[in-house]
Design a protein around this ligand. Structure first.
Ligand SMILES: [Fe+2]
Length: 210
């Protein structure tokens, strides 16, 4: 069977507040690298099973590639969520009338507490991501720290708001110690309608499973 080949998506982002076009261009290139590596690893792994089994002497090389697959795949997918929840002309915090705002209130008591928790995750030391997920079965939001790209993702949960806090996401605009400034800039550019759309999709999945 032919392998599926992923294509890098295009994100018409420029002119964001506090995140320069130079940063975005470099970041798109990094993202394209994850797409390329995902395709390459998938193709290499397919070679191992061409004869119908993974031979014992192939196990070390096979295992190494399989372990890297989770890193590359999540690197690709999380960047698509991240770029997909940014837009030019953002208005800052989620509107009171938005689906996201209501979900944050229901899950955290109020939006400010949700935000304090999400920003707290974003400021954690280390290399990774802050992600607000929805549990499709309960509708509740929870914020999670993801180390690298693959450690800490919750299986079956819907990523609703995804923030890259690897230093490459802001190092051309801020120093490493200025990550809080980058987080402020991120909030200024959030595409909340994308988050609301993800919540609708997640809600539909939850109802289908019930
Ligand atoms: Fe990134």
């Amino acid at each position: 069977m032919a392998q599926h080949v992923y294509k890098a998506k295009q994100f018409p982002l420029s002119g964001l507040k506090g995140i320069s076009d130079r940063t975005l261009e470099m970041h798109f290139k990094l993202y394209e690298g994850y797409v390329k590596e995902t395709n390459r690893l998938t193709e290499e792994l397919a070679e191992f099973i061409r004869d119908g089994q993974v031979d014992q002497d192939e196990m070390p090389a096979y295992s190494e590639l399989k372990r890297r697959l989770g890193f590359e795949y999540n690197g690709m997918v999380l960047h698509e969520y991240y770029f997909g929840n940014l837009k030019k002309g953002g208005t800052g915090d989620a509107a009171h009338t938005s689906t996201f705002h209501r979900a944050a209130e229901q899950s955290f008591g109020n939006y400010a507490h949700w935000k304090a928790d999400f920003v707290g995750v974003g400021k954690m030391r280390g290399v990774g991501w802050a992600i607000c997920y929805q549990d499709p079965t309960t509708g509740r939001l929870s914020n999670h720290w993801i180390t690298l790209h693959e450690v800490g993702n919750v299986a079956g949960f819907e990523p609703v708001l995804v923030m890259d806090v690897w230093e490459h996401a802001f190092i051309l605009d801020y120093t490493p110690a200025e990550r809080p400034k980058y987080i402020e800039a991120f909030f200024a550019n959030i595409e909340w309608t994308a988050c609301d759309e993800r919540l609708r999709r997640s809600g539909a999945r939850g109802r289908a499973a019930a």
